[in-house]
Ligand binder design. Sequence first.
Ligand SMILES: Cc1cc2nc3c(=O)[nH]c(=O)nc-3n(C[C@H](O)[C@H](O)[C@H](O)COP(=O)(O)OP(=O)(O)OC[C@H]3O[C@@H](n4cnc5c(N)ncnc54)[C@H](O)[C@@H]3O)c2cc1C
Length: 395
Amino acid sequence: MVTLEDFRAETRAWLEQNCPDGAKGPGQTPLGSKSIELEPDVRTWLDRMANKGWTVPTWPVEYGGAALNNDEYKILIEELKRVGARTPLTGRGVNYIGPTILEFGTDEQKARWLPICARGDGAWAMGYSEPGAGSDLASLSTKAVKEGDNYIINGRKTWTSDAVDSDYIFVLVRTSPDKPKHEGISLVLVDMHQQGVTVNPIALISGASPFCETLFEDAIVPVTDLIGGVDRGWTVGKRLLQFERSTHAGINISGSQGGRNEESQLPELVAHYVGKADGRIAEASIRTWLTRHDMNTHAQRITQRRAIAELQSRAPGFTSSAVKLTNALNIQDGDELLMAAMGNSAYHWDTDSGASEKEVAAVKKWLYQKSLTIAGGTKEVQLNIIAKRVLGLPD
Ligand SMILES: Cc1cc2nc3c(=O)[nH]c(=O)nc-3n(C[C@H](O)[C@H](O)[C@H](O)COP(=O)(O)OP(=O)(O)OC[C@H]3O[C@@H](n4cnc5c(N)ncnc54)[C@H](O)[C@@H]3O)c2cc1C
């Protein structure tokens, strides 16, 4: 029997031998998109990790994983961090739709789609939101009408992140318009490289997010690509949202990212702008803020670890809403702190006004990360879920 110590030693040796330098530290991280060329080391890293089953370490071996248990998974993450390796593959394939197919797909669907997700053989977009359906997602109106062996899809999705570079999109559609709104929805997988799918990019103020609207005009989906049963999309789609929120929260062990944390450079950055006196941040109010933020960050990490340790399934249920929300609020608190410390240096929008690239990037990040309490369900929606489903408060 392989003990955990053996597993750690073997993992460490393998990573040291197989993680190329160009896959360490900050840099390119693949989404699996067929239209984005990977740097040679990044490609090598992805292929080696996929062959090992470590792009989706907890998935069954037959679907491209390595069937690691929670303890082995934790060791793998620690060892990846030790060599400074980037995640070999990220995105909605390994983190959202893959785990959902594992739970709800038929054997045929698992055999067809999961290896594609595990190898990064195509990037995925998410087609949930519509102009008239955001928080009230069940009001969605994109239609799927069955014709022979296919569904014909018509409708308009909005805020579809990364759609321009995506090859597939999972879409919530209305299959039974006459049923009550939650009961007539299904989840389908759509090949984006077909005539009936059009993607229009939406420019954002931060310049950071490749947001899009995605139009379906008689797009075709084989009936075999409907996941979880006809009109069961509300249950399936909500579970996918829990995988999304768990990923945002760093506690989705079914995907590729759970438990990873970037080391914070906030103390050095704050000290750079505010200065130090007697070895401490010079300004008392900023010092107190930084201390509080640091304590909250540690508390968040401990909570993440506890949530992973307590996992009975591949990702938590309603707990994901709480950890996602506190994670997002803490990240935003760090952004606000940095802006306060930067003072006048945070008033720049581009380098033309004399700011450094790093300063402009920090300001844009502050602006972009405001979206963390909107994407994947707004702050108010998470609070509603926590009130009802975690605390059991009445409606
Ligand atoms: C960065 C980013 C990436 C995204 N990527 C995708 C994607 O890839 N695919 C996709 O489908 N969608 C995506 N979205 C859309 C996201 O899911 C929606 O923006 C979100 O669900 C909110 O919907 P909405 O924008 O229509 O706002 P609305 O639902 O109109 O909400 C407006 C305001 O009303 C509040 N509100 C609404 N209902 C309630 C309630 N019941 N109780 C209390 N307050 C309420 C909200 O909290 C919010 O403050 C993304 C969003 C962002 C910001």
